[in-house]
Write a protein that binds this ligand. Structure first.
Ligand code: NAD
Ligand code: UFG
Length: 337
């Protein structure tokens, strides 16, 4: 089977390419490299000892998409390509709607034209909005607090409409919780541009001495230690979930939605403590005001993925911290030389 991976040079995409190649799939990556580097794909080949095919280009470019589908017999698509910075999406909503929503529409039009009707989509727990955890797939969605989240919600709805119009499509919507960690080789990992927005890359850049200290956004939430709770998942577990999802698609699943999370919540302080324990380092941190839009507690009910995909997350928080630090310490500048 030949899988087109959009956004495959990125953080989750590159880890998924490793798993796909390991499972014997052929891989074609399409990425405009707006938030990634081709070096990640060279490292994927190094880890697996296998080759993949790379096209540099944009999902907004219809002629380019046509060329990719003409030159390759694609059996299914895993669609990661998208912009994901919450704060930036508030400032530049049109850029987010164009890139994520219009980009997905163009991708699906190209798929339809070439008779490819199998897709796995990277959605996010953010579509659950303010629902009370544990978050199950049955809950209503769409009450998102920012344009980024709404792009995920809108794309889910568009994909549902495509299925209603033509039930030959097989679609899996994957709602990720908080991916962290890196491949155990330390060759690939998360390499954010500029100052990281997310907790784990921020922690690891404080640990390596690139940033002076971590600001913990709020310690007065209604949680056991006052800091926010999230469902952190090792990126390799997440990547393995995509193998199960694309297999489900090839079984002819219709349209399905699954959470990919561990089902366990950890606070910001838990993560700081776990990182210090597994690395032996001391982190410089201080408490700061709450960050606008943060919810006190977000974690999944992962039971549907366990039941229908035969998938559960295996790695612990200690593993996630160890592998993050292994990647960061071996690549202090990320993929930059
Ligand atoms: P990433 O930025 O590392 O990967 C996204 C990739 O898509 C990048 O390589 C980027 O260059 C590429 N891309 C963006 N727009 C493109 C376009 N128009 N054409 C071609 N390529 C384009 O991000 P990631 O963390 O690997 O996330 C992958 C997907 O998972 C995204 O859709 C993201 O919204 C979703 N997601 C991520 C998280 C998270 O916390 N990391 C959580 C939930 C969902
Ligand atoms: N945090 C800090 N300091 C930092 C960064 C984060 O204290 O420097 C805290 C946040 O306040 C939050 C927790 O760490 O309580 C996790 O924050 P992240 O930014 O790492 O993750 P979020 O849960 O806010 O966001 C993630 C994804 C989004 C997605 C969202 C919804 O990054 O893309 O989950 O599920 F939309």
């Amino acid at each position: 089977m030949n899988i087109l991976v959009t956004g495959g040079a990125g953080y989750i995409g590159s880890h998924t390419c490793v798993e796909l190649l390991g499972e014997g799939f052929e891989v074609v990556v399409l990425d405009n490299l707006c938030n990634s580097s081709e070096e990640s794909l060279e490292r994927v080949e190094k880890i697996t000892g296998k080759k993949l095919k790379f096209y540099k280009g944009d999902i907004l470019d219809t002629e380019f998409l046509d060329r990719v589908f003409t030159e390759n017999k694609i059996d299914g698509v895993i669609h990661f390509a998208g912009l994901k910075a919450v704060g930036e999406s508030v400032k530049l909503p049109l850029m987010y709607y164009q890139n994520n929503v219009e980009g997905t529409v163009k991708l699906c039009l190209a798929m339809q034209k070439h008779g490819v009707k199998n897709i796995v989509f990277s959605s996010s727990a953010t579509v659950y909005g303010k629902n009370e955890p544990p978050l199950s797939e049955k809950l209503p969605t769409g009450d998102c607090s920012n344009p980024y989240g709404r792009t995920k919600y809108f794309i889910e709805e568009i994909l549902k409409d495509i299925y209603v119009s033509d039930n030959e499509w097989n679609i899996v919507l994957l709602r990720y919780f908080n991916p962290i960690g890196a491949h155990e080789s330390g060759l690939i990992g998360e390499d954010p541009n500029g100052i990281p927005n997310n907790l784990m890359p921020y922690i690891s850049q404080v640990a390596i001495g690139k940033l002076p200290k971590l600001n913990i956004f709020g310690n007065d939430y209604d949680t056991p230690d006052g800091t926010c709770i999230r469902d952190y998942i090792h990126v390799v577990d997440l990547a393995k979930g995509h193998i199960k999802a694309i297999e489900k698609v090839f079984e002819g699943c219709g349209i399905k939605t699954y959470n990919l999370g561990t089902g366990k919540g950890y606070s910001v302080m838990d993560i700081v403590n776990a990182f210090e324990e597994s690395t032996g380092l001391k982190l410089n941190y201080e408490f700061a005001p709450r960050r606008a839009g943060d919810l006190p507690s977000v974690y999944s009910d992962p039971s549907l993925a366990e039941k229908e995909l035969d998938w559960t997350a295996k790695y612990s928080i200690a593993d996630m911290c160890r592998d993050t630090w292994n990647w960061q310490s071996k690549n202090p500048k990320g993929y930059k030389k």
